[in-house]
Design a protein around this ligand. Structure first.
Ligand code: NCD
Length: 357
């Protein structure tokens, strides 16, 4: 792998991505051949935000590769509760561990952590921004269940604004040929502009609609997501959005017989329990594919480990990112880093939010 860190799946070329998918399948076939490949290596899981699957599948993946694990799943039990900065925590943990998986509620955190870590950093979810290892899970699932990553009509339904799994998945599938997207959400929870820009730049077709029933007959894949309660500004705003999209057995009659249903989980009420027994439901298998995907990723990243500490990075501009959920709004020492995107607009290199000069 050319990139030291995995902050976004864009850090991988399509060839590298396909190698990881194929390796995940090889490991699934013959796990005993891989049970020692990370012997003596340590994974640190730094989870500043709750997690069941991602954290446990990272840990299980490392243990099944023969490695060991350290870390925290509640920052209140670490020096973060004493006010330690992200930079200091990462500098220290980067000296203990061979690889770090980090999850945080602020957008751009993994990219910020990578500036200070001697060990490779994996983004295990940064606020409502990205979740590349969930996408790895999703593409391993799709490749196995559909036999291809091309020419699919993919419906993504639910909280497209705050759902980081949706953002990462679209970014990746837009690179494969012939995919089109049906974006199913309420007007309040539509996909962010930067994802639309990526779809437009890749030439991928997409439509935005608000009816799941209308979309269902068209789809090869339905990717359901929960409404992300923790990312709403108030409980009232969440109450207005919850329960709008529900996939039940009745509605599923509208879908094609070979449609695959994926969901990153956790589910709240957007898929009824009866759907679990439909052969199109793949979301529990998806969690198992996720473990093999993470085994493939960790073993690839540790094959030729790059432990060069990052040299100091400086501001590229003097403005501050205007996104209040950007990690630069809480970790004030972070260098201000932007990319011009035309006109008076700058794109924050941490959170991909836009700021007016
Ligand atoms: C997702 C996440 O954390 O973004 N869960 C996961 O990692 N499998 C989806 C979600 O929380 O809704």
């Amino acid at each position: 792998m050319k990139s030291k860190h995995l902050i976004d799946l864009e850090n991988l070329s399509i060839e590298e991505l396909m190698e990881i998918i194929n390796l995940a399948n090889e490991i699934k076939q013959s796990p005993q051949d891989y049970s020692e490949v990370c012997r003596g290596k340590i994974l640190a899981t730094l989870f500043y935000e709750p997690s069941t699957r991602t954290q446990m599948s990272f840990k299980t993946a490392m243990l099944r590769l023969g490695g060991s694990i350290i870390g925290f799943d509640n920052p209140q039990n670490s020096s973060v509760s004493k006010g330690e900065s992200l930079k200091d925590t990462i500098t220290v943990v980067g000296g203990y561990a061979d690889i770090i998986a980090i999850r945080h509620s602020m957008e751009g955190t993994a990219g910020a952590a990578a500036l200070y870590s001697a060990a490779p950093v994996i983004n295990a979810g940064d606020g409502g921004h990205l979740h590349p290892t969930q996408t790895l899970t999703d593409v391993v699932t799709l490749y196995n269940e559909k036999g291809t990553l091309d020419n699919m009509r993919i419906g993504l339904c639910g909280d497209l604004k705050n759902g980081r799994t949706v953002h990462s998945l679209i970014k990746t599938l837009a690179h494969f040929k012939g995919n089109s997207f049906v974006l199913i959400s309420t007007p309040e929870l539509t996909i962010p502009q930067y994802i639309k820009d990526i779809l437009n730049a890749s030439g991928s077709r997409y439509t935005e609609i608000s009816s799941l029933a209308e979309a269902l007959p068209l789809l090869d894949v339905l990717y359901m997501t929960r409404i992300q309660r923790e990312r709403f500004s108030s409980p009232e705003a969440y109450e207005k959005q919850k329960g709008v999209f529900v996939l039940d057995r009745e509605k599923l009659k509208l879908a094609r017989k070979d449609m695959k249903i994926l969901h990153p989980l956790p589910r709240v009420d957007e898929i009824t329990e009866e759907v679990d027994y439909d052969s199109r439901a793949k979301y529990f298998q998806q969690t198992v594919y996720g473990m093999y995907a993470r085994m493939a990723l960790i073993s690839t990243m540790l094959r030729h480990p790059d432990r060069t500490p990052h040299s100091r990075v400086f501001d590229t501009h003097q403005v501050r990112c205007s996104n209040p959920r950007c990690i630069t709004s809480t970790e004030l020492y972070l260098p201000k880093r932007f990319r011009p995107v035309g006109g008076d607009m700058l794109l924050c290199r941490y959170c991909e939010g836009r700021t007016l000069i």
